[in-house]
Structures are given as C-alpha cells and as structure tokens.
Design a protein. Structure first.
Length: 230
C-alpha cells in the first residue's frame, strides 16, 4: 500500500479524526507498526482472544460474528476500511475480543501494541479526545438501552440488542435466532413480536425471516434510542 494511501486511510479512522497529515506521519514514523494480509475466508481473530493491541482494517472488508455460549443467538456485522476492530476492549475488566473476525476479501490489517497506543494518546490530545469520545459513546449507549428495556417499546428493545452488539460503522448487520427464542426473551406474545417486525419492515428499518433479522438501516434503529445516530 502506498504511503499516501495508508495515511489517508488512517486519517479516515474515527480514532484519528482531525489529526493532521504531518502528525499522522510522525505517529507512523515513531510507532512500531505491524502489517499483515489475509485472504478471503481466513480467520483474523477468534472470539475470546486477548485484546492486547489495536487492530485497524486499512484495506478490504471483515466480518465480525458474536455468538452466545449455546450458539442459538448470533449477531454478524461487516466493517470496511478504514475501521478499527473492537477498540473499547483494549482496557477495562474484560479485555477479550468479543467476536470472531474473518476476511471477506483480501484484507490489510495494521496493529499497534497497547503500550504504543497509550503513548500516542498521551502525546496527542486529538487522539485522546477521539478515543475517550468513542468509549463514552458506547457507555452512554448501554444506559439508553437499559432504559428502553425497562420502559421502552418492543421496537426500542429490539433496536437496543442490535445497536449494543454492533459497532457504529457496521454494515450488513444480521441477527440470527429462532423467532420463538426471541419473543420469549422479550417476554411478549408471538403475534405482538411479528406485528412489531412487520411495522419495522414497512418503515425500511429491517427485513426478516423465521431465523434472522437483517438490518436495513442501523442509523435509523439508533434513532429509536436517541434523536441522532452515534
């Protein structure tokens, strides 16, 4: 990948938003960076792998899959370059990657070790602000979702599940689960659940079958919880 193209990809990442070209050049020059390529279908990460570094998708697209322990419930999403994989799991009590990540096409990954990333955010206020803003948005998302689960409509509760388990730049989001398991989980009758799905489909939010819900617009789902998308 040409240097200019790589710098442009980095500047397009939320964590480097607003960082100048010259500053990106300094970061690249002063930071130990590891680059790797993956062919279509290759596994990049397994769910449960330790999150000890930041992993940036700087070329191609990857598919993230989060599943529960019984494999009865799953959420899949696609990230395309430039993007970063689960950056909010680098710190905190749980520092394990939540998703299995596979390459959709030929994928280029850039990795920055945790200590090196700490040095970046310690020495660059823009990068620090971007990272704090990212993890704060995710924390606030959880509060919005809990409130929707306790007092919100069924639409809001479905939206929370999908938003909470996907990144804000996710594409092609699919929730897989039998309808019976879902309406039991939400504590509603099957008729109410199907009516809600039909209403959401009619408004262009989702499409669905008996075993999956496919998101048409994640931003519109997010607007059910907040006035503006994350």
């Amino acid at each position: 990948m040409a240097a200019n193209s790589m710098y442009e990809n980095l500047m397009g990442l939320p964590l480097f938003n607003g960082v100048s070209y010259n500053r990106i050049s300094e970061i690249v020059g002063n930071t130990r960076l590891a680059f790797s390529k993956y062919l279509p279908g290759e596994t990049i990460l397994e769910a449960g792998d330790p999150c000890t570094r930041m992993m940036f998708v700087i070329g191609g697209c990857v598919r993230l899959s989060v599943r529960n322990s019984t494999d009865r419930f799953g959420v899949m999403q696609t990230l395309q370059a430039p993007s970063v994989i689960s950056p909010d799991f680098l710190f905190g009590r749980n520092t394990l990657y939540p998703a299995t990540v596979t390459a959709i096409d030929t994928v280029s990954i850039m990795q920055i070790e945790k200590n090196d990333f700490i040095n970046i955010i310690r020495t660059d206020e823009v990068c620090l602000f971007n990272y704090l803003n990212y993890i704060s948005t995710n924390a606030q998302k959880a509060i919005d979702g809990v409130l929707s689960l306790t007092s919100g409509s069924l639409e809001e509760r479905i939206a929370f599940w999908i938003i909470a388990l996907t990144q804000r730049d996710a594409l092609d989001v699919v929730l897989t689960c039998k309808q019976r398991d879902l309406y039991t989980l939400f504590g509603v009758q099957r008729s109410s659940f199907i009516n809600t799905l039909e209403s959401m489909k009619a408004r262009g939010l989702i499409d669905y079958t008996s075993t999956e819900i496919r998101v048409v617009s994640r931003n519109e789902l997010r607007s059910l919880l907040l006035k503006t998308p994350d």
